[in-house]
Every structure is written in structure tokens, then in C-alpha cells.
Design a protein around this ligand. Structure first.
Ligand code: 7PJ
Length: 261
């Protein structure tokens, strides 16, 4: 899964059309590099990031989703807002990637009314406060319990299992120790009924381990994603698709799973 950011480029005053064109160009490059899914997002969920109004988020992601779906790409929309989900699904998105795991009122119904896939991610707290004092008695058990509960809620709402993906939410209300425990024991989440998505690309955990700035974490990210893969992850959400695909080519040749499953 390749990450496609549609937040406006704060260093250019080119306007919406130029921003959308840049995002589409970038997304098509990611597909060429080997991405199977393009994850389009219009609101940053980084710690302390500003909330984006619904209409603005739709204005950012919709032209990009329409263009990519129109070219036959498998598109996921990274949002927690039901209105954005509905607009994106109408525009051809095949998947909803929700860091709130459909807990915002109306989100469950928006997905249930479609036949889209959905990624249910764990987060402790809200983006505004989640890194202030993350605390767990047993992080792996608690994340697993949460995801199990959300899977059950989806099934109760009529979203069949085959549509569901789960994600421990690395960096979302977690200390370095929590993130490492989740990665080390990812196989316990893989025991849930749904495939596991791992997203570690450029995250602060990699900075803490290497001392490197955000734009210098590519090698660390590849290592972290291979560690996730070895413990049963089936989807990897990354910025640098080409680097990840090279690593997967070697990995799959060794594991004799050349179809990437
Ligand atoms: C994730 C995400 C993640 C899923 C972001 C960033 C922050 N969606 N959206 N999993 N992270 N499913 O990319 O650093 O880990 S936004």
C-alpha cells in the first residue's frame, strides 16, 4: 500500500489543481513502483495535527480518488469522517482506512452501505493527545481485544469478514516500548480472523532507534516492515514503494512465495 498525501504543499501557492495533479502524478509513480493499493489521505493524523473540516477534506481527496479509480487503480481512502468515506466510495474507492476503526458515529453505516474493504486501526486517545501519556497493562493483549471487538461490531453491522483488515496502529498512543512489543508479537494479532496491515514508514519509533530525521528513515522502515512480514503482516503501508518492493522480491524468493501472498 503506497501512501498518497493530498494535504496542500505549504511551500507552493500553486492552488488546488496543482496540488491534486502532483498527488495524482505521485500516486501513479507508486503504482508503477509496485503498489497494489494507493492510500489517499487529506487530513494529517500526526500527533497534535490540526483538524480539517469535512468539506475541505473532500475537496482535497476527491479529485485524486476519481482520477486514480478512473485509471483502474485500487484506491483506499484514509479518513475517519463518514461524509468523506461516502464521497470517496461514490468516487470509486475500494477501501476505507480508518485510524478510528469506524468509531465515529455514522462511519460504520457508511461502510456497511457499500461493498468496500475496511482497515480497522487501534489508537489510544485522539491524535491531539495520544502521545501525552500512553499506558497499558498488556499492550498486545489490549490491542488484540480492541481489534477483536471492532471486528465483531463490523460483522454485527453486516460487514462480512472477507472485507476486514486489522492494524495495531504503530505510533498511535504508544511509547517506543509499546511499539516494539506490538511488532515483536504481531503474530498474536495475526491469529485474529482478519489480515494484518502494518504501517511503520518514517515513524518516530524509527527515529528513536536510529537517531535519524524523518526523511532518512527508509532503511529502518524496510527492516521494520520485514520484521512485521515475518510475523504475519499481509499489507504494508509505506511511502517508498520501490524500496519495499525490492526487499519483497528478495524476501519472496527466499520464502518461495513469489505471488506475494
Ligand atoms: C497509519 C495510517 C497506520 C493505518 C497513518 C503516518 C501517520 N493508517 N495512517 N495505519 N498511519 N491503517 O503515516 O505517519 O499506521 S498517518
Amino acid at each position: 500500500m503506497g501512501i498518497v498525501n493530498t494535504t496542500p504543499d505549504s511551500f507552493s501557492d500553486g492552488g488546488r489543481w496543482i496540488d491534486a495533479q502532483a498527488a495524482i502524478r505521485h500516486a501513479l509513480k507508486l503504482r508503477e513502483d509496485g503498489a497494489d493499493i494507493l492510500d489517499v489521505g487529506g487530513e494529517s493524523t500526526r500527533p497534535g495535527a490540526a483538524v480539517v473540516p469535512v468539506a475541505e477534506e473532500i475537496r482535497r481527496v476527491l479529485p485524486v480518488i476519481e482520477a486514480l479509480a478512473g485509471r483502474g487503480c485500487v484506491v483506499s481512502v484514509d479518513t475517519k469522517k463518514p461524509e468523506v468515506m461516502r464521497a470517496a466510495l461514490d468516487a470509486g474507492a475500494a477501501m476505507v482506512n480508518d485510524v478510528m476503526a469506524l468509531r465515529v458515529p455514522g462511519a460504520m453505516e457508511a461502510v456497511a452501505a457499500s461493498d468496500a474493504a475496511v482497515c480497522l486501526m487501534h489508537m489510544q486517545g485522539e491524535p491531539q493527545n495520544m502521545q501525552q501519556a500512553p499506558a497499558y497493562a498488556d499492550v498486545v493483549q489490549e490491542v488484540k481485544q480492541f481489534l477483536h471487538g471492532r471486528l465483531a461490531a463490523c460483522e454485527a453491522a453486516g460487514i462480512r469478514r472477507e472485507r476486514l483488515v486489522v492494524d495495531p496502529g504503530f505510533g498511535f498512543g504508544k511509547t517506543l516500548e509499546h511499539n516494539l512489543a506490538l511488532l515483536r508479537h504481531l503474530d498474536r494479532l495475526a491469529a485474529l480472523v482478519a489480515p494484518v496491515l502494518a504501517g511503520l514508514s518514517r515513524k518516530s519509533m524509527l527515529g528513536a532507534l536510529t537517531g535519524r530525521a524523518v526523511e532518512e528513515r527508509e532503511f529502518a522502515g524496510v527492516a521494520a516492515h520485514l520484521a512485521a512480514l515475518a510475523r504475519g503482516a499481509r499489507l504494508l503501508r509505506v511511502h517508498n514503494v520501490a524500496a519495499m518492493c525490492d526487499a519483497l522480491a528478495v524476501w519472496n524468493a527466499v520464502e518461495e512465495q513469489q505471488d506475494g501472498t
